[in-house]
Design a protein around this ligand. Structure first.
Ligand code: DP6
Length: 309
């Protein structure tokens, strides 16, 4: 009873920040993301009758419990997991990690769950993980326990965009997304942010449908800064940026004014995702690599969701 799955990192253009229900991991707002092709987690789960305890970390053991409940057995599991990128630095390793674990653990238990049920299950482990299950452009509708899951809104090949992953530092964040989100409601801007999300989602979907890159990028960048405005004004405040993070943001905006169009987004960490068109990818990568403080730039593109290997 063994299976291996790969799940991609997903990058949210409209972010999830704050929960309506922490136990059920129901988000305060819907969110919208794309999966990457290269960056991700590969996880092998083996349910083994000879084991007396799970060989996995605590957050994974909690998730294995959920799978045991569905599978109606009490077997313990051996979990091996590998990210092909640095974890806990704002590159969404919990999304890809928990999505890969969900698919591998259920497949190894011979449960053949539908995409929406896999997404719902992944949500319970890490909210953003539910977006790494379906392919391509994904919307996570906030919903209730039954209806809160992600689905594909545009297929992987709908629009060939490139995502540059700009790694500035591998220092791990001090406050996790889960811990940080608990205090989101203390920001005076939080309610306004949540209230504005439905209109932004409608608008960004139109931008994606029409392949309007400028509009997509503008809404995405604004939503990133809007979320960080909440983080910065929470109690206690969260400052995930480094000086280098701001340097990348400023450079992207300056190059854009000069005609080289790209847009940034940042999660809970110092590193930056930059969206661009295929024709600008090489030029932008070279420029980003020359910026002071940039350690590495990985080139990526829009990809499928979690897959069994
Ligand atoms: C800033 O999904 O990691 O990346 O549900 O508590 O596991 P938990 O939080 P998580 O939060 C992700 C926050 C974000 C925005 C996003 O990806 O939408």
């Amino acid at each position: 009873m063994k299976a291996t799955a790969f799940a991609p990192v997903n990058v949210a253009a409209i972010k999830y920040w704050g929960k309506a229900d922490a136990d059920l991991r129901l988000p305060a707002n819907s969110s919208l993301s794309v999966n990457l092709t290269n960056l991700g987690t590969t996880t092998t789960v083996e349910w083994d009758k000879n084991l007396t305890a799970d060989i996995a970390d605590n957050r994974m053991v909690e998730h294995l419990d959920r799978v045991r409940e569905i599978a109606k057995f009490n077997l313990k599991a051996r979990v091996e997991t590998k990210n092909n990128f640095p974890a806990s630095v704002g590159l969404s390793s919990s999304a890809s990690g928990m999505a890969a674990l969900t698919l591998a653990a259920t497949a190894a238990a011979n449960l053949k769950l539908k995409t929406k049920d896999l997404s719902r299950l992944a949500r319970l482990a890490s909210g953003s993980a539910c977006r790494s299950i379906p392919d391509g452009w994904v919307e996570w509708v906030k919903g209730n326990d039954k209806t809160s899951y992600s689905k594909t809104i545009f297929p992987t090949n709908h629009w060939d965009l490139r995502i540059l992953v700009v790694i500035l530092s591998q220092e791990k964040k001090k406050v996790s997304s889960t811990a940080g989100q608990k205090m989101a409601f203390t920001s005076p801007f939080y309610k306004a942010r949540v209230a504005a999300i439905p209109a932004k989602i409608t608008k960004i979907k139109q931008a994606i449908a029409k392949k309007n890159f400028s509009l997509l990028g503008q809404i995405m960048e604004e939503d990133c800064l809007n979320m960080h405005a909440v983080m910065l004004t929470q109690r206690p405040p969260l400052v995930y940026w480094l000086p280098e993070t701001v340097r990348v943001m400023q450079a992207v905006r300056q190059w854009r004014r000069q005609g080289l169009e790209s847009y940034f987004t940042v999660n809970t960490g110092q590193n930056v995702f930059v969206f661009c068109r295929p024709r600008d990818e090489v030029r932008l990568t070279a420029r980003l690599r020359r910026l002071e403080g940039v350690k590495e730039v990985r080139r990526d593109q829009i990809g499928s969701g979690a897959k069994l290997l």
